[in-house]
Unconditional design. Structure first.
Length: 115
């Protein structure tokens, strides 16, 4: 059902005559681009979250998703499309979806949008 809703919003867009704003669409996409939301690893605001810890030779190794709020669009795009990241799933996002996610991270409004 969510996939059908997402396709519906993508086809209609988020223009002035739409019942969903660009900010709402961006938030929805950030929370469920293709099954698992960006917020699960990168946090509600893109700041990065600890994904796990393990012990190795009396050291604690922390696996953390990076902060993605300070990336240029070029770096953001490359991270989503090049598939070189071991822990990062490949979402097969369109260019417009990537731009929308980038807008969401750069927008100060996303912090005030309620889930």
């Amino acid at each position: 059902m969510r996939l059908i809703s997402l396709i519906f919003f993508v086809v209609l867009g988020y223009g002035e005559d739409s019942f969903i704003t660009k900010e709402e669409y961006a938030k929805m996409l950030y929370h469920n681009p293709r099954g698992i939301g960006c917020h699960k690893c990168h946090g509600e605001y893109g700041q990065g979250e600890v994904l796990g810890r393990y012990k190795e030779s009396n050291r604690t190794i922390i696996i953390k998703a990076p902060n993605i709020t300070n990336l240029s669009f070029k770096k953001f795009y490359e991270a989503l499309t090049n598939g070189k990241h071991r822990l990062m799933p490949h979402y097969f996002l369109t260019l417009q979806e990537i731009k929308t996610l980038y807008f969401y991270l750069k927008s100060s409004k996303h912090k005030s949008l309620k889930r």
